[in-house]
Write a protein that binds this ligand. Structure first.
Ligand code: 5RP
Length: 226
């Protein structure tokens, strides 16, 4: 089973956690997209009813609208019964790095409003130590250049996220600096340091949001709990 098939399996498995009448947070990215697809199918077939959803990005909102999934503003349906979303990295303590799809801020807002946050992923996302890849940091445009310089002086090797050759603008109108967590540093300490700096809006470090994870492997879907 390749990574694409594993994402589909994880998305399908997550549907088993959804029941009629629930309020849901819909994540962003290629794995979350598979969940939104099977959710839309289940609603269309009448297997689920009275589901109310809110989205973590305009991208997911477009997909959900096309599938006639009932959408609401977060405040209308919070607290959510369940949020389902992918992740870029997952460690054994269910701490996550998210945001390589650019939706980290809305994702964290929505997922902190959920009674249960289910992470869905293929097994390539499980890591021994967070920080294998970049840690996305969402910053205000006004602070972008000074934060870039500051992160550089801190040894974090910031890189401005681009899209079509232009700085990527998030759904909340911010920019993203992708930083590297030095091998010698603990990610929680790095995040704590940069969160002190005005202009840093949010980071893709999700220390405690996830309740459990469904990890698709070639041998089936494995469940990770806290
Ligand atoms: C978007 C995210 C995604 O959930 C994360 O990047 C995983 O994406 P994918 O399922 O495509 O690998 O955090 O901001």
């Amino acid at each position: 089973m390749d990574a694409v098939q594993q994402k589909i399996e994880a998305g399908r498995e997550a549907l088993r956690f959804v029941f009629s009448g629930m309020s849901l947070g819909l994540g962003t990215g290629s794995t979350a997209k598979e969940f939104v697809t099977v959710l839309g199918d289940a609603l269309k077939r009448g297997e689920l009813r009275d589901i109310r959803c809110t989205c973590t990005s305009t991208q997911t909102e477009e997909q959900a609208r096309a599938l006639n999934i009932p959408l609401f503003a977060l405040a209308e349906i919070a607290p959510l019964d369940l949020a389902v979303d992918g992740a870029d990295e997952i460690d054994a303590q269910l701490r996550l790095i998210k945001g390589r799809g650019g939706a980290l801020l809305r994702e964290k807002i929505v997922e902190q409003q959920a009674k249960r946050f289910l992470v869905i992923a293929d097994e390539s996302k499980v890591v021994a130590r967070l920080g294998v890849g970049v840690l996305p940091v969402e910053v205000t445009p006004f602070a972008l250049d000074v934060l870039h310089a500051r992160f550089t002086s801190m040894g974090l090797n910031p890189v401005l996220r681009l899209r079509d050759g232009q700085p990527r603008t998030t759904d909340e109108g911010h920019r993203i600096l992708d930083i590297r967590v030095p091998d010698v540093s603990d990610i929680a300490d790095v995040v704590n340091d940069i969160r002190q700096l005005a202009g840093v809006v949010e980071t893709g470090f999700f220390p405690s949001e996830a309740s459990e994870a469904l990890i698709a492997t070639p041998n089936g879907v494995r469940r990770m709990t806290r």
